[in-house]
Design a binder for this molecule. Structure first.
Ligand code: FES
Length: 204
């Protein structure tokens, strides 16, 4: 006789994470910032996206499982729900720890017509990495992205909060050199910039 298999109730959500089960890493300042961000919304659920930006800053630019779990815990949501949101948007780094600088080269139509693929190939050769990969020194991650909405500067690239273009090989060389000598991670700085924009109204 076959055994009955107990199916999960589809209306039953996975249990929420408890702080005691996690190592929480948000700084005191980040906890306060999250409270301020939560106050902008009618419910904690609405604060998942800002909470993830905060976590991306606090966790060095990478939303690891622990980072997602901390956001879920602090917003009283399930891990699955927050992970589902985080992995939907390409601006969140959920696949792997990115390099100190993420080179997001646009290969969409305007940039394509203006030589983006040649520049992409130049970067691949110069850095020895392909799409989605990071240099062995952890300095650069290369990503091909869709339109950056700066088509007037095609071929264009985004690094952190900055847009560069129209680019040629010489300018790419100069930009890489400048980034190599930059102290801060533009990946972390980008997350910090987004958080500060979201908090701006609180400063008035
Ligand atoms: S097509 Fe590259 S920025 Fe729009």
């Amino acid at each position: 006789m076959s055994e009955l298999i107990q199916l999960a109730n589809p209306n039953q959500r996975p249990p929420q994470l408890k702080p005691e089960d996690l190592t929480l890493r948000f700084s005191e300042q980040a906890v306060k910032e999250l409270e301020a961000l939560i106050s902008h919304y009618p419910s904690k659920k609405s604060c998942i996206l800002p909470g993830l930006w905060l976590a991306q800053r606090e966790y060095g630019g990478f939303l690891s499982g622990e980072a997602i779990a901390e956001v879920a815990c602090r917003l009283d949501r399930s891990f699955a729900e927050v992970q589902g949101v985080a992995t939907f948007y390409s601006l969140y780094n959920t696949a792997h720890q990115p390099g100190k600088h993420k080179l997001e080269i646009c290969t969409c139509l305007c940039c394509h017509i203006n030589g983006a693929w040649n520049l992409r190939d130049y970067l691949v050769k110069k850095l020895g990495i392909r799409h989605g990969e990071t240099t062995s020194d952890g300095m650069f991650t290369l990503e091909e992205v869709e339109c950056l909405n700066t088509c007037d500067r095609a071929p264009a690239m985004q690094v952190g909060s900055e847009y560069y273009g129209p680019l040629d090989e010489k300018q790419i060389d100069a930009l890489l050199e400048k980034l190599r000598n930059t102290q801060e991670s533009t990946v972390v700085q980008y997350a910090a910039d987004v958080v500060s924009v979201q908090l701006r109204n609180d400063e008035k």
